[in-house]
Design a protein. Structure first.
Length: 451
């Protein structure tokens, strides 16, 4: 790779990229303003806007999206008559979870064992740097051969749909011939991968009420209906004995055709404890890429410390349901709601509130853009052939863009390979992957311009 001028340029830019990623990771840009100051997200957005202006982008703007967050937009004109490519990333991040579980502070980029650790290093502030590195390398080697639009979303992790709705209200803004979503990842470090499918998702809050108020468990326990126990029954009904997701009326037997995922490798990637079984049936790829998956994200109930001997009057949970391509997320939401209502025991009152939703996505991998990317990755990753994989996560914007621009080609690449441990403690990015993917993206833009 070092004999390629683009690769040489990217390599020379890596120290600067580390400094910039350090600055960007330092912003605690969690788009949940009940937990984190809005100013942290505003600061990250302004940092990206300044970086785009420094690269010659025009029309740089902080877009106020309907969910109360901001997305950063910029346009870099290319040669007359050139194609237009939209480059996407997001700058909002997941909360750090238990900061005590981090080996180093989550918002301080720290190098350790050849990786860079910090919240958002891979998902997806590293994606912002990947786009900048690719464009800088092209500018230093003959120029950027396409028109480039960049959009950095400010609330992707929250699933609140602000950018989707803004794009629908301004349909010309993000129009492009090809869209590169920099929020996926290689199947493993060193294996170039494009993500061809994404599961959709729905997010609901369920609340169970049984009493006007808490009661003494000695005086009333045994006859008074316990809301927390009722909620536990409801949540348990969402899984079969083997752990498979079971939502009444929702199919859960699809199979994945493509790249296989070795079970022992998955255990290592997921850091499953010795002796603990995997859940579900079918291949690992079936389970994480082609079938629905329910997760209880949180429960409101008394903590163990300070708990009193009481029968609980109310209990609440937040539930995520991932839905595979071919399943309508809105229909899955209806089925989930009906299931929760039907499975609530003892006549308890139950309320289900939808707070987020996104459709699944399937790419057209036969398009010219995919060949241009395959050729680019062959150079960036010598000796490796580009692979196609699914991703269990959701990027709702993909379907919005596909609906708005049905002729556009959409590719998903990125830095979130298994070792990155995105959304968990000790998230990290491989600087080698950042370097190689930046080279691949630069060469893709050049290949695509010539196709």
């Amino acid at each position: 790779m070092s004999s390629n001028p683009v690769a040489e340029t990217v390599s020379s830019l890596m120290p600067r990229a580390k400094e910039e990623l350090t600055a960007l990771v330092a912003f605690k840009s969690v788009a949940d303003f009940d937990q984190f100051p809005r100013g942290e997200s505003v600061g990250a957005a302004n940092w990206i806007a300044a970086a785009l202006r420094a690269e010659g982008f025009q029309d740089v703007d902080l877009l106020d999206t309907p969910d109360g967050t901001q997305s950063v937009y910029g346009y870099l004109p290319g040669p007359e008559g050139a194609k237009t490519v939209l480059l996407y990333a997001h700058y909002d991040v997941q909360p750090p979870l238990d900061e005590a579980g981090w080996t180093t502070p989550p918002f301080e980029l720290t190098e350790r064992g050849g990786r860079w650790y910090g919240r958002g290093a891979a998902d997806c502030k590293g994606g912002v740097l990947m786009h900048l590195l690719a464009l800088r390398a092209l500018k230093a080697n003959g120029g950027v051969p396409v028109h480039v639009k960049v959009i950095a979303e400010g609330s992707e992790e929250q699933g609140t749909g602000g950018l989707e709705r803004y794009a629908e209200q301004h349909p010309d803004l993000l129009a492009a011939d090809t869209i590169v979503i920099g929020d996926a990842g290689n199947f493993r470090v060193g294996l170039p991968t494009v993500t061809s499918t994404l599961r959709g998702m729905t997010l609901v809050r369920v609340k169970v009420d049984t009493l006007e108020g808490n009661l003494h468990s000695g005086q009333f326990g045994g006859a008074a209906p316990d809301a927390l126990a009722a909620l536990i029954r409801v949540l348990d009904s969402l899984r079969a004995e083997d752990g498979s997701t079971t939502v009444d009326g929702l199919s859960a037997d699809s199979r994945w055709e493509g790249l296989t995922y070795d079970e022992e490798q998955f255990r290592r990637d997921a850091r499953v404890l010795d002796g603990v079984e995997l859940i579900g049936s079918g291949s690992v790829a079936d389970r994480i890429w082609s079938r629905p998956a329910v997760t209880v994200l949180g429960i409101d109930c008394p903590p163990v410390v300070g708990a009193t001997p009481s029968v609980q009057a109310s209990a609440r949970a937040l539930i995520s349901l991932r839905v595979p391509p071919g399943v309508d997320a809105a229909e899955a939401t209806k089925l989930l709601q009906a299931h929760l209502e039907a499975r609530t025991p003892w006549g308890a009152r139950v309320g289900v509130e939808q707070i987020g939703q996104g459709q699944a996505f399937r790419a057209d991998t036969s398009s010219p853009a995919y060949q241009a990317m395959a050729d680019a990755m062959a150079v960036a990753y010598p000796g490796e052939e580009m692979q196609y994989a699914g991703q269990g996560g959701s990027i709702p914007l993909c379907n919005t863009l596909a609906a708005l621009y049905p002729r556009a080609e959409i590719l998903l690449i990125g830095l979130s390979e298994p070792e990155a441990q995105i959304h968990a403690v000790n998230e990290s990015v491989s600087p080698e992957e950042l370097e190689r993917l930046s080279v691949a993206e630069a060469l893709f833009l050049r290949n695509y311009a010539a196709s």
